[in-house]
Design a protein around this ligand. Structure first.
Ligand SMILES: Cc1ncc(COP(=O)(O)O)c(C=O)c1O
Length: 471
């Protein structure tokens, strides 16, 4: 990196961490040259670079200012899926898209995991090393379901934050949230059954549904307030439904969050029809505003909720530590399914995770991560408003770290995905998030990436590619 690029990078970081805010004046050229002990020409070059990237702007006779972004783009409207039972068909597409993007030199705007810079890697490694020293033999043994007791104790404590008073013996440890969702679906459905899901929905859930030979009714979903309760009610009146699968807190991809009242109403509607809820709460801890929203499970008095989550979004996706809290009368079924599915979870990640949660500083890390997600989501929205065509719409989530972007209708997200890959940028194209590959002009972007010049250029490139597809 040249000297001027280093100076630009330093100021860019100060803008990201809030030292200089939108509309504020950054140091004059002379001042920064003195501070950094470089020539004024070097600072001018650094400021030109930041100006080209749209980060700062020069105001005549006044100096340089952090650029105030345009008015925030509008949100996408509530979705309008068909409302009829549909076969799911996304597995082949998901395989193609996800494999192609699986390379370290690609700017990972397509994945939904925080960059390792934002995860507690050093602390977790220390805890894993200590675990290995202390339990050298034990970690080589099978750890049959329901999973290590010390881990379930830590999970039970975290569940209190979600408003759920659960005992360690109500929890079954799983290989990530994906396995938890799959176990719940297998416990509740047979091939040919129909389940309700929000629309757009996380493609991992859709893939499991497809593999199990289930049908879905996709529920209209508002990007802020979540799945329409009226539509759920109507679907339940009209069709025989085996289960409802929702991510009520900061859904993937929209970031929608059901408020407390809607959560209670949802439970009442499901209880009236005796339909269980598979609740995916993987993003619940990543709220931008304290306290974190409660889980639907917190209000469940009728034993309807299969609660699923993991530490993949907050600590380490590679550890594959998740869990499920089924209703009491399903505990033995889920435990058995877990056993025949994978026999056991890997013992070392379980013990290391328990150790980290006990003494690794998780609360402190979580506070920091929430701040990063909030700030970087804002930066992403501003960057979209800077670089993308004028009628682009984007969600404004209050938790999590992805945004759902509606591009002008003419833009084909799958074509954009292929073009972006040629520039070493991954995106998650909209068709991945619907049973019949709808949302062709939508993309999901990951905001939890270090905001450096590489990312800024990737956003610039993506905006240009989108504009080119309009012509
Ligand atoms: C909503 C949602 N549920 C479940 C998963 C799967 O999580 P895990 O990696 O813990 O299996 C993801 C990961 O992207 C997700 O976004």
């Amino acid at each position: 990196m040249n000297l001027y690029q280093q100076i630009a990078e330093r100021l860019r970081r100060q803008i990201i961490n809030g030292t200089y805010r939108c509309g504020e004046r950054v140091p004059s050229v002379r001042r920064l040259a003195d501070q950094a002990d470089v020539s004024m020409a070097t600072v001018i070059e650094a400021y030109r670079l930041l100006e080209d990237d749209g980060v700062i702007e020069a105001r005549p006779q006044s100096g340089y200012y952090v650029r105030v972004s345009k008015v925030l783009p509008a949100e996408p409207a509530i979705s309008k899926p068909s409302g009829r039972p549909t076969q799911v068909n996304i597995n082949a597409l998901a395989h193609e898209v996800l494999q192609a993007a699986n390379s370290p030199e690609i700017v990972q705007l397509g994945v939904a995991t925080p960059h390792p810079d934002f995860l507690p890697v050093a602390s977790l490694n220390r805890m894993a090393a200590a675990t290995l020293r202390k339990h050298a033999i034990e970690v080589t043994r099978y750890d049959f379901p329901p999973g290590r007791h010390e881990l379930r104790v830590q999970i039970a404590r975290r569940m209190a934050e979600a408003g759920c008073a659960v005992a360690p013996d109500e929890i079954i440890v799983t290989g990530g949230c994906q396995e938890a969702l799959s176990l719940a679906l297998r416990a509740l459905t047979h091939s040919g059954d129909t389940v309700l899901i929000e629309s757009p929905a996380f493609y991992g859930t859709l893939q499991t549904i497809e593999t199990l030979g289930l049908k879905v009714i996709e529920i209209p979903t508002h990007p802020r307030t979540g799945a329409s309760l009226d539509a759920i009610k109507m679907a339940l009146e009209q069709w025989s439904i085996a289960a409802c699968v929702l991510t009520p807190n900061f859904s993937n991809p929209t970031g929608a969050c059901l408020d407390e009242d809607h959560k209670k109403q949802l439970l009442r509607i499901l209880a009236n029809n005796n339909v269980p809820l598979i609740e995916d709460d993987i993003y619940g801890e990543l709220t931008f505003h304290n306290p974190r929203p409660k889980a639907v499970k917190a209000y469940d008095r009728k034993n309807l909720v299969f609660y699923c989550s993991s530490f993949s979004k907050t600590i380490a996706p590679g550890y594959r530590v998740g869990w499920i809290i089924p209703p009491q009368n399903y505990y033995a079924t889920i435990e058995h399914l877990k056993y025949v599915n994978t026999m056991a979870c890997a013992t070392l990640p379980e013990l290391a995770m328990a150790n980290y949660l006990t003494r690794g500083g998780y609360e402190h890390h979580l506070r920091r991560l929430r701040g990063v997600c909030a700030r970087h989501t804002q930066l992403m929205i501003e960057s979209i408003s800077r670089y993308f065509p004028a009628n682009t719409r984007v969600t404004q989530p209050t938790g999590g770290f992805v945004v759902w972007v509606e591009l002008p209708e003419k833009v084909d997200a799958l074509e954009l995905h292929r073009l972006a890959l040629l520039h070493k940028i991954s995106i998650a194209p909209g068709p991945l998030f619907s049973a019949k590959q709808k949302y062709r002009n939508f993309i999901r972007l990951n905001c939890a990436l270090p905001w450096d010049s590489t990312l800024e250029r990737a956003m610039l490139t993506l905006g240009k590619l989108t504009t080119d597809l309009l012509n």
